[in-house]
Design a protein around this ligand. Structure first.
Ligand SMILES: *Cc1c(COP(=O)(O)O)cnc(C)c1O
Length: 403
């Protein structure tokens, strides 16, 4: 039977014979129970160092915790980045446990009054998503007698595309249409708010440096135009992020050095501070999902490895989290990383649905009942982005290694 290709195993782990993280074998990490997500802090720190080396000094690095809100990971990352971006009051509480309020910003549509009030009381910056939200935040600030820290999220008239950029505005629940922003900024300042600047986020999971470079240049151009029309210099321009990671066959890593050198030539168009907010690029390749083979079975000539967790823990690897075509994540038998392939198998989870397929007809060395299967590139949009209650299996364990 023909095997389907798998995505690239991150270089942090690809050369190992037996999978180790922070010097300890996968079997030891798994001894306290499977399935688990294992996050390698050294791999995260290496990404942060790569960002710092590639980017101009003037650009701050924020962690967007919706990619992975595991508290020990947030705490460790907070030591190495300049800010945290959150998208709910729940995430804000996690961020406040790790970072001063002044370094936290809160985006996302539909913030309830209680969320706005909690942010304003704490001194967290609100990235305003609508004029109605601006009015409510100003009213809450007036009632509390504090000047709320307010940034304006702009709905840009361009978009970051995985392969190149699509220009042209579109309706969006996120941000305020660019044409309406200067008037709102003037109104915020007149009302006595502590205006923090602009947040402009144009997209996600880009592997093309060219697309990111074009988007960043357009973003700075837009921020400069809006600042001029508003008659006020933004204290901070959050350029968004969108740095992608390789998941699938043929994916190549984003050239962050090229992004950094192009960005260096654009920054002086505006006298301000800049930030880039990243989620998956910081943590995605650092995470491994480890599940144990419970059963091997044959059906009509196909071999299935049934493991003890699936889409309930890792929706994205099953192709059900925002992908159009199902493709295979990088996968390996944890103690036979370099062994020759012996068979074509599908790795499926324990849920009673055909959607629960972690790897579809992949060529692997033979794995027996009790062996560990590793799904790589699993550090972002895993545990917190999967329907853990579905079918009532136990929640997945999460472990941060190397701290
Ligand atoms: C989701 C999100 C991010 C993080 O995206 P990644 O693709 O994980 O880097 C950053 N900023 C905003 C506003 C987001 O909504």
């Amino acid at each position: 039977m023909n095997a389907k290709p798998i995505g690239p195993i991150p270089a942090d782990f690809a050369e190992q014979a037996v999978l180790h993280v922070a010097g300890q074998g996968a079997a030891d990490w798994a001894a306290a129970g499977t399935p688990l997500y294992l996050y390698d802090m050294a791999a995260v720190s290496a990404r942060i160092a790569r960002f710092r080396a590639a980017m101009p000094k003037r650009v701050a690095l924020h962690y967007a915790i919706k990619a992975n809100p595991f508290p020990p990971l947030i705490a460790a990352i907070a030591q190495q980045v300049d800010g945290i971006d959150v998208a709910s009051a729940g995430e804000m509480d996690k961020a406040l446990a790790a970072m001063p309020a002044a370094a936290i910003s809160f985006a996302g549509p539909g913030k309830r009054d209680a969320e706005l009030e909690a942010a304003i009381r704490a001194g967290v910056t609100l990235n305003l998503e609508s004029e109605g939200e601006a009015d409510r935040a100003l009213a809450i600030g007036a009632r509390l007698g504090v000047a709320p820290r307010l940034a304006v999220r702009v709905n840009p008239d361009f978009e970051l595309r995985g392969s190149g950029m699509k220009m042209g505005g579109r309706a969006s629940p996120f941000g305020i249409d660019a044409a309406r922003v200067p008037g709102l900024v003037r109104r915020l300042i007149a009302a006595g708010a502590d205006w923090r600047g602009f947040h402009i986020y144009a997209g996600s999971q880009a592997l093309s440096a060219e697309a990111v470079i074009e988007t960043q240049a357009a973003t700075i151009g837009l921020a400069a135009r809006l600042a001029e029309e508003a008659g006020a210099l933004p204290p901070l321009v959050n350029l968004g992020g969108g740095f992608g990671i390789p998941y699938f066959p043929g994916d190549v890593p984003l050239d962050v050095k090229a992004v950094g050198s192009a960005l260096a030539g654009e920054l002086d168009r505006l006298d301000t501070h800049y930030a880039i907010e990243l989620g998956r690029w910081l943590v995605g390749e650092a995470g491994i999902y480890l599940a144990r083979v419970v059963d091997r079975k044959e059906s009509q000539g196909e071999t299935f490895l049934v493991v003890d967790g699936g889409l309930n823990h890792h929706l994205a690897a099953t192709g059900n989290f925002g992908t159009v075509v199902r493709r295979n994540y990088p996968v390996a038998v944890a103690h036979r990383m370099q062994d020759p392939v012996e068979e074509v198998v599908s790795v499926v989870g324990p849920l009673c649905t055909p959607l629960d397929r972690l790897a579809d007809r992949v060529a692997l060395p033979r794995a027996e009942v009790g062996d560990l299967i590793a799904i790589f590139a699993s550090g972002a949009y895993g545990a917190s982005a999967s329907p853990q209650a579905f079918l009532g299996h136990p929640p997945v364990r999460e472990v941060l290694a190397g701290v």
